[in-house]
Ligand binder design. Sequence first.
Ligand SMILES: OCc1cccc(Br)n1
Length: 454
Amino acid sequence: RVSSAVQDKDTIAKSSKKGKTKPVVKLDTNPPKGTRDFYPEDMRLRTWLFDQWRAVAKTYSFLEYDAPVLESESLYTRKAGEEVTQQLYNFVDKGDRAVALRPEMTPSLARMVMAKKGGLPLPLKWFSIPQCWRYERMTRGRRREHFQWNMDIWGIAGVEAEADLLSAMVAFFKRVGLTSEDVGIKVNSRLVIAEVLTELGIPEDKFAATCVLIDKLEKVPLDAIQGDLEELGLDRSVIEQLTQVLTNNSIEGLEETLGPDSEAIQELKKLVELCEAYGIDDWILIDASVIRGLAYYTGIVFEAFDRKGVLRAIAGGGRYDKLLETFGGDPTPAAGFGFGDAVIVELLKERNVLPSFESSGTDTVIFAMNQDLYKVALGVATTLRENGQSVDVVLEQKKPKWVFKHSDRIGAKYCVIVAPDEYENGQVSVKDLESGEQTAVMIDALPEWVQGTD
Ligand SMILES: OCc1cccc(Br)n1
């Protein structure tokens, strides 16, 4: 029985066969709410972006890993009010298990590291490009999935890890044609907040949730989080004093507040020195207002942004030394970043540095002028493919006009025509689709011809 939802007249096309009306449900061709289809041209862009991410990961000697998109919900049941856990794409499966589509990759990575119980030689530098999910009421029509380049270093306690990660982030920006005029990376340390909260007598077990609240303050006025503050037992004056400190955008300014012995100041100074050694200091800004919305960050945090201030954060990351312990694992230092696929593409389009993806990448379209020569064309196609060309065989009898139009539409470079006259001389006709020049080539000489093409 077709569900009542599709019984309405708009979606049923009546097909009358022998007078019987058999309702045919018209398929809704949209992808599920908040998700995207990637048609070939979209896929070429996505593959190009992932190739840039993989190339940088390789030059930084990071190894690729992956994990299921479906995880136990228990990986994300942190009680710090983070957006990412409040918008979990979760459900109970047919085995009555509480599961979720991963909203981020770091907990899966932590699970994988923990599963090896110290059997993994540290430090490890791993990367992944997982599709991550959230279930947001479509009030704002925002996406529910994105691909996020994750780069993480486990086993290094010093800011050397953060500096290497920042350098990798900059290497990507430079690789895709962005400069430090286009993008900056704000750097802060949650130790700044920790030291201020300690000074104000706030117990350490409230730090994470306070950070999440402060991060929310960037988007909503203080009144909107008053309830959360009271729930945390935080006096409004604490937040006002804290936000005062967070307006600092220099180490010197912070030093006045925190004093020269501050651990936060020491680590920020060292990180800046290392960034100078990487040659990326012109990308880096100290900005004490950067908190990031994930509860598990424990030290340095950073956020890449477009300097015109038009777009949302491009990428973000930081140190999360306690994550494994929250899963019952051994204390293991860790730092990493996440880099979404949507904002960076918006930025590249806006800065006009996105390559064109119109061409299919096909080198040669081949067709037989008549059916008798079809098998000859297949042999020629095989020779061209075995010599490394991407070859599109016209699989049905078509007139040259159609073939040239098709070749042009897919952006092929050459068209090989198998025609009776040339074939009698053991040749095919090759048309250079850019110059329009057409020449006869011996079939036996095609490997050399391929080598001579660009
Ligand atoms: O950046 C937060 C996030 C998580 C999962 C999916 C999407 Br879209 N966005």
